[in-house]
Structures are given as C-alpha cells and as structure tokens.
Write a protein that binds this ligand. Structure first.
Ligand code: GDP
Ligand code: IMO
Ligand code: MG
Length: 428
C-alpha cells in the first residue's frame, strides 16, 4: 500500500486542502510534515466551509488518523483552538497524533517575527507573523523547545532560559521592546502538557509500522515548492522544506518508501507576500483572476497577487519533487476569458531561458514569453469527465500537460468537494 506525498507546485494556495480531502476517504493517515499555522487550507464540504491552518486537511475525513510530524512547528494554543472549533462543528478530532520531536512556537517567536519584519522595512518578506521563521531558526541554532520538553519542567525551564538569554538582549537593546520573562513562558507551556499528553507519540515509528501493516499514508505539504527554503525564491520563502524531500526529513519515513508524488498546481498563478513573480498582472486581468478565483489569503486575508500560468515553474516543480501526477485546480476561474496567455519560457536580459534561473538576479529580471490559448465561455463547474469539457478547455489542459513535465491526473472545476474531473486514479 502506498505512501503518497502531496505538495504545492507554485507559491502556495493551489488547493492542496481540497486535493487532500479528495483522497481522504481512501487513506488511513494524513501527515503534516512542514510549516505550522502559516498554512491556510479552505475545504468546502456541501454547505460547510472549513479553514484549516495547523491541522492537516485529512482531519475532515472520518476514519483518517491525522498526524503532526517532527518537521512541523506547533503553536499549541492555536492547535487547541482549531481542535475545539472543529469539535464544535461535529468533526471527530480524537485520533490526532503529535510528534514528541516537533518544535513549539512560543510568544517570543511571534514577537520576533513581527519586529524583525518591521526592521526590514522595504526588504520585508511579508511573513504571516505567526512566529514560523524564528521557531525554525531556534531549531537550527539548537535552542528550540520541542513538544517533549513540555513534559519535564526542569528541562523546559533550562531550555527557555537558554533560548531567551540572547533574545532578550536583542529585544531590549536592538528592537526597543520589553524583555520576556522565563517564568511567563514556562507557565504557559506547562499549562498545555496535560491536554497534549494523550496526543503525543513517536510518530516516525507509528508511520513506519502503519506502512508495514499495509496502510495508506498521505503526506500533505504546507506552503509550496517556490516557498521552499532551499529550492524556492530565497530569501522570499518560508523557513521549511515544503518539497517532497521535506516529507522524508519531516516525518522520519525513508525516501524509498514513497510511491507517488502529487503536485497541486493552479490553472494560473498566485503569490502572497513579497518576492519575484514573473507572470504577475497589475492590470484588469489580475483583478479578474483575484475576483473570480476569490484570491484572498485564508490565514491573513491579504489579497493574493495574481498572474498567468508559468510552465517553467511547473517543470521545475516536477523535477525538484519527482512529481508523478499533477492535480490542476481552478480551471473554472478561467471561464469567460477570450484568450489565456501561458508563460512558456522567460527572457532574461534579452536571452530566451527555458528553465527557472538559479540566479536570484536573473529570476528578478525574467520577463515571461507568452503563448496565447483560446478560451471558452461554457460553465464547467458541473463537468465530471474530461470529454465533457469544452474543446478549448481540453486543449488548454493538454497544452499545460505537455509543457509541465508530468501528466495532469485530476482537474478542479469548482470549490466543492465533488467539483473535480479525474483522469487517472491518484492512489492505485
Ligand atoms: P491550499 O493552501 O493549497 O490548501 O489552498 P487554499 O485553500 O489556501 O486556496 C485554494 C482556494 O481555492 C480555496 O478557497 C478552495 O476552496 C478553492 N478551490 C480549490 N480548488 C478549486 C477549484 O477547482 N475551483 C475553484 N473555483 N476553487 C477551488
Ligand atoms: P499554504 O499552505 C501562501 C508565505 C508568506 C510569506 C512567506 C514567509 O496555505 O499554501 P512565513 O510566515 O511562512 O514565514 O512567511 O511565505 N506563505 C504562504 N503563502 N500560502 C501559504 O501556505 C503560505 N505560508 C507562508 O506570505 O511571503
Ligand atoms: Mg492556503
């Protein structure tokens, strides 16, 4: 039985939540392996709309065991709030498992996220302000607090002291803020321990055993390839590995156990926050995509930057992640456009470039070379087979498929759970 990784192919918000939900009823475990509550996944089930941040979207499927693995940074207060909100709406959250090795986001991480952004001024990244970057920085600096530390008061106090030692100097002397009290943090973190205890475990071992027992495990990436700290548009990225390699290090499951890598890609492109975006539109076409695609952030409510589909990015994503199948989402949003431009390559200082340039400056200078495809006017939200799509929509999908380095196995035609055209089974 397979281990499947599902990742974002662009700059996030491709519809990973909906794609996970699509597979949900057929998988046994859904694992979040990177990021934290910077993610925002909207899943529409009938008349109900769910916005998930820290929890993997698989939590909405009855019978699935959701797992927050070691690669995640956990804001425990947010975790409890999300669990409570879902319980109140009748979602069974009792199976959730949380890794003892996952790192914890504390009040000082949130504070530092905000003050460092403010100090960057024009160079700011436009983070979600949730403390993600500072929590991962502490992990790499070996001064992080892990979930397991919440169960040993002495160790916890020592670690918080160690973490705050330098930070308080910075907060007071550089950022002109008040120092943070060790006891304030320790008391807060200890107060979470009792409720957290039944959820915590060695999730790497749990998942290893699940795969040995023939269970199906879906690894759900937060953020996306172009926001990956190694392979994205650094420094305008998040602080984790959002690519398929991150599913391995972020969960403790070996690479040779992974059978399938699903890339979720929008039929156009969006981005939230700063950084290069070659196909970005600042005219009425961009507004058309924003309004019709309802492109406003699930986490921060910020309007998303919108642009045309970028085939070199999809090819890059296919290569970096080993994408076996693409799920192409939001095709319905393009309905009504007379012509749909697709970026097929870039021009960098007058030279045609077919691949995403490795040099940051080149990517900043890259301007898209477009090919135009005829649009369609028919409403496609009720379509459930590829053949029922208008010929122009079929041609658009086939063109993207041929340019993007992997087959398009499913196509989103609306926000609803059922609004999807499946061409190839994503599990068998
Ligand atoms: P994620 O972060 O990748 O899970 O994506 P988000 O949930 O942040 O953003 C995707 C948005 O598009 C959500 O509001 C979804 O309900 C919506 N969505 C997903 N697939 C489709 C689709 O095929 N068509 C339309 N119109 N909306 C979709
Ligand atoms: P999902 O999972 C889109 C962006 C932020 C910012 C940068 C760094 O919903 O696709 P961070 O708070 O992570 O340090 O911010 O990354 N960002 C996202 N953009 N979708 C997301 O998640 C994102 N998570 C972070 O806007 O530019
Ligand atoms: Mg999102």
């Amino acid at each position: 039985m397979p281990a499947i990784v599902l990742i974002g192919a662009q700059w996030g918000d491709e519809g990973k939540g909906k794609a996970t939900d699509l597979l949900g009823s057929r998988v046994d475990y859904v694992v979040k392996f990177n990021g934290g509550n910077n993610a925002g996944h909207t899943v529409v089930v009938g008349d109900e709309k769910y916005a998930l941040h820290l929890l993997p979207s698989g939590i909405l499927s009855p019978g699935v065991t959701p797992v927050i693995a070691n690669g995640v940074v956990v804001d425990v207060e947010v975790l409890f709030e999300e669990l409570d909100a879902l319980s109140e709406r009748g979602v069974d959250v009792s199976r959730l498992k949380v890794s003892l090795n996952a790192h914890v986001i504390t009040a000082y991480h949130r504070t530092l996220d905000k003050v460092t952004e403010r100090f960057l001024g024009k160079r700011q990244i436009g983070t979600t302000g949730r403390g993600i970057g500072p929590a991962y920085a502490d992990k790499i600096n070996r001064v992080g607090i892990r979930v397991q530390d919440l169960f040993d008061e002495n160790i916890l106090r020592q670690k918080v002291e160690g973490a705050l030692d330098q930070k308080n100097h910075m907060l007071v002397k550089v950022y002109n803020r008040r120092a943070i009290e060790v006891e304030e943090i320790v008391t807060e973190l200890l107060s979470y321990a009792e409720r957290l205890r039944p959820m915590v475990t060695d999730t790497a071992l749990l998942l290893h055993q699940a795969l040995n027992d023939g269970k199906t495990v879906l690894f759900e990436g937060g953020q996306a390839t172009m926001l990956d700290v190694d392979h994205g548009t650094y420094p305008f990225v998040t602080s984790s590995n959002a690519t398929s390699g991150g599913a391995v290090t972020g969960s403790g499951i070996a690479p040779n156990r992974i059978d399938r890598v699903i890339g979720v890609v929008k039929a156009y492109t969006t981005r939230v926050g700063s950084g290069p975006f070659p196909t970005e539109l600042s005219d009425e076409s961009g507004e058309y995509l924003r309004v019709n695609g309802f492109e406003f952030g699930t986490t921060t409510g910020r309007p998303r930057r919108c642009g045309w589909y970028d085939a070199p990015i999809a090819r890059y994503t296919a290569r970096i992640n080993g994408v076996t199948d693409f799920v192409l989402t939001k095709l319905d949003v393009l309905t009504g456009l007379a012509e749909i431009p697709v970026c097929v390559a870039y021009s960098v200082d007058g030279v045609r470039v077919d691949e995403v340039p490795v040099s940051q400056s080149d990517f900043h200078h890259a301007t898209p070379i477009y090919e135009n495809f005829p649009g369609w006017t028919e409403d496609i939200t009720g379509v459930r087979t590829f053949e029922e799509l208008p010929q122009a929509a079929q041609n658009y999908v086939l063109a993207l498929e041929s340019m993007s380095g992997s087959r398009v196995s499913a196509i989103g035609v609306g926000p609803d759970r059922e609004a999807i055209v499946v061409r190839h089974d994503l599990i068998d």
